[in-house]
Ligand binder design. Structure first.
Ligand SMILES: Cc1cc2nc3c(=O)[nH]c(=O)nc-3n(C[C@H](O)[C@H](O)[C@H](O)COP(=O)(O)OP(=O)(O)OC[C@H]3O[C@@H](n4cnc5c(N)ncnc54)[C@H](O)[C@@H]3O)c2cc1C
Length: 313
């Protein structure tokens, strides 16, 4: 009976979603990048950044290879954003396979470079297998948040899982873990990617019922290649719906069509989230601008930079 009521409410919410043409652009966005490995990738990242920057993101974040494998590259990317743009950068930081002293030194260097926002994460064991805390390290993200707060008054984001983290014993324990990260000093949560808008909306409602009032921002991954996404989704416990697989069926040799389908799927998901009251979106850009830019445009967001005045004829 409850599931029937749920699906009725979900169907009503989907039907009430405004048309793209009616979206006011009253949304906030943030963009996530990974640190580039080569000069070519670096050039691509800055192109991407410069394309997305005029949309006025509230922040842009840069990921961190678990175990510190990208420590210098993440720092260099974040520091360059801090030095050359007015968009606030956020540095991801994981505590897996690192001592407290190592983590604290990374955090102190960020503070000195003017970086005020950290996305604090536990991370996963790089070689795979079950998570084990470093003997002299922070045991998990809760401890990491508290440790960072003891260093400086950072603005801290943490991870949340609408479809439940694979290590969690149950959804309630996962939500309790999120609450403890926020109680330890984090100000917002950014979610793992998901493809069913209702899973996010249910999670948000469950969080509110559990007394969580911090913003929970959906992480949007625009997917243009299902087989590549499947590996990531399997690792983090995100379901890939059958309808999504079938929408990409037969498009292996049609990259342009795949991009159009990808933008349509992600924009439709955001439209439904918008109908559910969501106004802030975090895009996993994979260092490519076009899909995220197109989705933001469909959601009504426009460049905040005035176009150059046309030359007199
Ligand atoms: C927005 C976002 C950004 C990310 N960025 C990066 C990145 O830059 N680099 C990277 O390597 N990874 C990144 N990740 C992935 C992240 O590191 C993994 O998902 C990791 O497995 C968990 O990190 P966490 O901070 O959520 O961990 P935690 O919150 O510490 O714990 C993870 C889960 O384990 C369960 N758990 C563990 N121990 C207990 C316990 N004792 N009691 C109850 N529950 C327990 C909880 O349910 C919890 O949700 C990111 C994830 C997200 C959503």
């Amino acid at each position: 009976m409850t599931s029937q009521l749920n699906s009725l409410a979900e169907a009503r919410r989907a039907a009430a979603a405004p048309l793209f043409a009616d979206l006011a652009g009253d949304i906030g966005v943030s963009f996530e990048f990974f640190p580039p490995k080569t000069e070519k990738m670096e050039a691509q990242l800055w192109d991407t950044f410069q394309t997305l920057e005029p949309l006025g993101p509230s922040f842009v974040s840069v990921t961190y290879g678990a175990g510190g494998s990208t420590r210098e590259r993440t720092h260099a990317t974040v520091a360059r954003i801090a030095a050359t743009s007015t968009v606030p950068p956020a540095a991801h930081l994981t505590c897996v396979e690192a001592s407290r002293a190592e983590i604290d030194a990374v955090a102190e260097a960020y503070w000195e470079a003017g970086v005020r926002h950290i996305v604090a994460l536990r991370g996963d064991v790089p070689s795979g297998g079950p998570y084990r805390p470093h003997p002299a390290g922070y045991a998990n993200a809760i401890e990491l948040v508290a440790g960072l707060k003891a260093i400086a008054p950072f603005d801290i984001s943490v991870a949340a899982y609408p479809e439940v983290h694979p290590d969690a014993t149950c959804a309630e324990a996962d939500l309790d873990n999120l609450k403890r990260k926020l109680d330890a000093g984090a100000t917002r949560a950014i979610t793992q990617f998901f493809f069913a808008p209702e899973s996010f909306l249910r999670f948000r409602d469950a969080a509110a019922a559990a007394g969580i009032d911090a913003p929970i921002i959906p992480g949007i991954l625009p997917v243009s290649n299902v087989s590549q996404t499947r590996r990531m989704a399997d690792m983090c416990g995100t379901a890939i719906p059958a309808w999504m697989v079938s929408l990409f069926d037969g498009l292996d040799d049609h990259p342009a069509a795949r991009q159009l389908v990808a933008a349509t799927i992600a924009a439709e998901m955001c439209r439904r989230l918008y109908a559910g009251g969501v106004r802030d979106f975090h895009f996993y850009t994979l260092n490519r601008a076009e899909l995220s830019y197109a989705i933001c445009h469909l959601l009504g967001l426009r460049s905040k930079v005035a176009p150059a005045t046309e030359k007199a004829a």
